[in-house]
Design a binder for this molecule. Structure first.
Ligand SMILES: O=C(O)CCC(=O)C(=O)O
Length: 294
């Protein structure tokens, strides 16, 4: 038994690479967060610009609080230990109906971490299911690092349009069905993706990437991350909370973190630093998927 997860849930995560559904917010709280997101979108021509959707928790205090939510961190601590960093957040939104989809992939591919130890908390702010392009995962595929290729399809929401170069037995995949306020936790090596949203509504998830504080970026590169629990191990430079929504200091700090992170991971500037928005690497830590609001 962990702080939040049962022994069985921890065993499920270790074996399958995913555990769900876990209730984090009440339906009313999830609705409140969705309304807060949609208010920001309304103030920005109806969609979150990609630059803003990379680590938005550095710009919006309510998201800073969300990445520190005790119920999320207790569950993540059960899997990764007591010292935790958040090294990426982004909304992953599919407005329906649309052809946009996420290819089968492993998250670890472009993260450049010294070890594939991480957990993504995917928190649903709308229902996410088979009707609206909910995630699908291949339990037990979290054993090895697989090669990927760029599938070249503009409908692929991943910034590098990466696709695993292995036969995916879709019949063995499971649907990650979540109600608003529930989350799934997945391993960086699990093969997963999601089909188009054929419904008329929006599918909204907030993805939070956590790592144990004792791992770093490969090649001794130093990146930025948010210490969310426990103590730091000197592997990342630490990010600061936003004093208020889009406070000028927060905007500067956010831009610095994103620019630096993109340079570390991709060897080039990131969103908000002159890169074309459509090039924002969708599955990079802290990077904006090319999907928000489309
Ligand atoms: O939201 C989706 O459909 C895909 C999300 C994903 O690939 C991830 O969070 O790692």
């Amino acid at each position: 038994m962990g702080k939040r997860l049962t022994g069985e849930q921890i065993a499920t995560f270790r074996r399958d690479g995913v555990v769900f559904p876990l209730r984090i917010l009440s339906a009313a709280e999830a609705e409140g967060h969705r309304a807060a997101l949609e208010a920001v979108e309304a103030s920005r021509a109806g969609r979150l610009p990609p630059a803003m959707n990379a680590k938005p928790h550095l710009l919006l205090p309510w998201l800073w609080q969300l990445v520190h939510h005790a119920a999320i961190l207790d569950a993540v601590e059960d899997l990764l230990g007591p010292d935790l960093l958040c090294f990426g957040t982004s909304f992953i939104i599919k407005n329906g109906p649309s052809d946009r989809y996420v290819t089968w992939h492993q998250d670890q591919t472009h993260w450049g971490l010294t070890e594939p130890r991480a957990v993504t908390a995917w928190l649903a702010l709308s229902a996410s299911d088979t009707s609206n392009g909910g995630m699908r995962m291949l339990p037990g595929s979290n054993r090895s690092i697989l090669p990927h290729r760029d599938n070249g399809d503009r409908q692929n929401m991943l910034g590098r349009r990466e696709e695993v170069l292995a036969e995916v037995d879709e019949a063995a995949a499971i649907d990650i069905t979540l109600a608003p306020g529930e989350m799934s936790l997945h391993d960086p090596l699990i093969v997963h993706g999601s089909p188009p949203n054929r419904s008329a509504g929006r599918r909204i998830g907030f993805a939070i990437r956590y790592i144990p504080a004792d791992i770093g970026q490969r090649d001794g590169m130093r990146n930025y991350a948010t210490l969310v629990r426990g103590r730091e191990h000197g592997t990342f430079a630490l990010e600061q909370p936003p004093q208020a929504a889009f406070h000028p200091d927060a905007v500067r700090h956010h831009a610095q973190s994103i620019r630096h992170g993109m340079a570390v991971i991709f060897g080039r500037p990131g969103p908000g630093t002159g890169a074309a928005p459509g090039n924002a690497p969708g599955n990079a830590p802290g990077a904006a998927p090319d999907e928000a609001g489309r």
